[in-house]
Design a protein around this ligand. Structure first.
Ligand code: SF4
Length: 361
């Protein structure tokens, strides 16, 4: 593994079910044979529809779940089955930002206690005074006043709570942070601010960021590389420019086409037809063939292997050479003018060293 690579997955597979005494429950293969490398300091996005296995993959990468098959290597160490002190060390270096800022913070704890808790575990020699100082610094780092340490989570808006969740994730000084849909529970006008904050923190702290999202518009401007998942498999992977501007897989093309045009109230150009099949009964061959406009009989005969189609661009489709790349493909987020001005205000405030909070946050 090159020193540029911080995390590697090889042949990662996760199956659930199959247990039961009288009648076995159906086996669901949530993640199938995934191999990827995440480079130090990059922002890597994993996208796909709900139920595609992206959250399970995130939990496997963080060692919150045991893989059924395959291996995860972090900073040169196989972490697939680590326990005890090794797992505690891993938790210091890899942190998680949860989707729901409303339920991920204990309502009975003050913000200071919530952010200070990881410090008690990972920096036990830090005295109470230094811990308070560190909590104040973390709050300021995420754009909240230090005095907020004495308040409780219910006193904050969704965007502010997610900032508290980010401060908590940063407390142990992690090398890698995984955000599972970190903005999808937030008001659209606040999403850009939190995305921007994550981008700035990743750059300033040299963090590696893995962002899980179902909305390609959300990750368009923050990710260096993107992996698109369908029914437990990566079906396309490449730099953000390769995936967004030259999508080769029909599923990626359909996802991009379903995003509304920028600054427009027009309906999306195209809707993806049908529903993703259940992971407990995947179709044979290419799992997308039940929805793919380019499918032929060969598509249901064999699972396509992921093939290199460009510099760092790969795709899993039998017919990728026959499928044209749509012209004018774009995935600009359709922000409202109000959100645009709030976004600009936030950028300006950050550059000036202080952060303004709008009425929705
Ligand atoms: Fe469509 Fe066939 Fe390619 Fe699958 S392998 S995406 S069904 S063309």
């Amino acid at each position: 593994m090159s020193n540029d690579v911080i995390l590697t997955a090889k042949g990662l597979t996760k199956r659930f079910g199959g247990g039961g005494f009288m009648a076995k429950s159906p086996v669901m293969q949530a993640v199938s044979d995934i191999s990827l490398e995440i480079r130090r300091g990059e922002t890597f996005a994993i996208v796909g529809e709900s139920g595609c296995g992206k959250s399970t993959l995130a939990r496997l990468l963080m060692r919150l779940l045991d893989p059924t098959e395959g291996q995860v290597t972090f900073d040169g160490q196989d972490i697939s089955h680590v326990t005890g002190a090794d797992l505690t060390r891993l938790r210091r270096d890899m942190q998680f930002i949860f989707q729901d800022p409303f339920s991920s913070l204990n309502p009975r704890m003050t913000v200071g206690k919530l952010i200070g808790e990881p410090l008690e575990v990972h920096a036990p020699n830090l005295g109470a005074r230094d811990r308070r100082q560190k909590v104040a610094e973390l709050l300021q780092q995420v754009g909240l006043p230090a005095e907020h340490a004495n308040r409780y989570p219910h006193e904050f808006s969704g965007g502010q709570r997610q900032r508290i969740g980010i401060a908590r994730a940063l407390a142990s000084g992690p090398k890698l942070v995984i955000g599972d849909e970190p903005v999808s529970a937030l008001d659209v006008s606040v999403q850009a601010q939190v995305i921007n904050l994550l981008g700035d923190l990743s750059r300033d702290l040299g963090l590696t960021l893995v962002v899980i999202a179902h909305d390609l518009g959300v990750i368009r401007h923050m990710s260096d590389r993107v992996a698109v998942m369908y029914l437990g498999r990566i079906i396309e992977m490449g730099t953000a420019a390769e995936v967004f501007e030259q999508p080769r897989h029909p599923y990626t093309q359909a996802l991009l086409a379903s995003i509304p045009a920028p600054r427009s109230a027009e309906a999306p150009r195209e809707q993806l037809s049908g529903e993703m099949p259940s992971p407990s009964a995947p179709p044979p061959g290419c799992a997308f063939h039940t929805r793919c406009p380019h499918a032929t009989s060969a598509c249901s005969a064999a699972i396509p292997t992921i093939t290199k189609v460009g510099n760092s661009h790969s795709v899993a489709c039998h017919r990728w050479q026959d499928i044209p790349v749509p012209e004018g493909q774009t995935a600009e987020p359709a922000r409202s003018d109000q959100a645009e001005s709030r976004f600009a205000l936030y950028r300006a405030a950050l550059a000036g060293g202080a952060v303004q909070h709008g009425p929705h946050e």
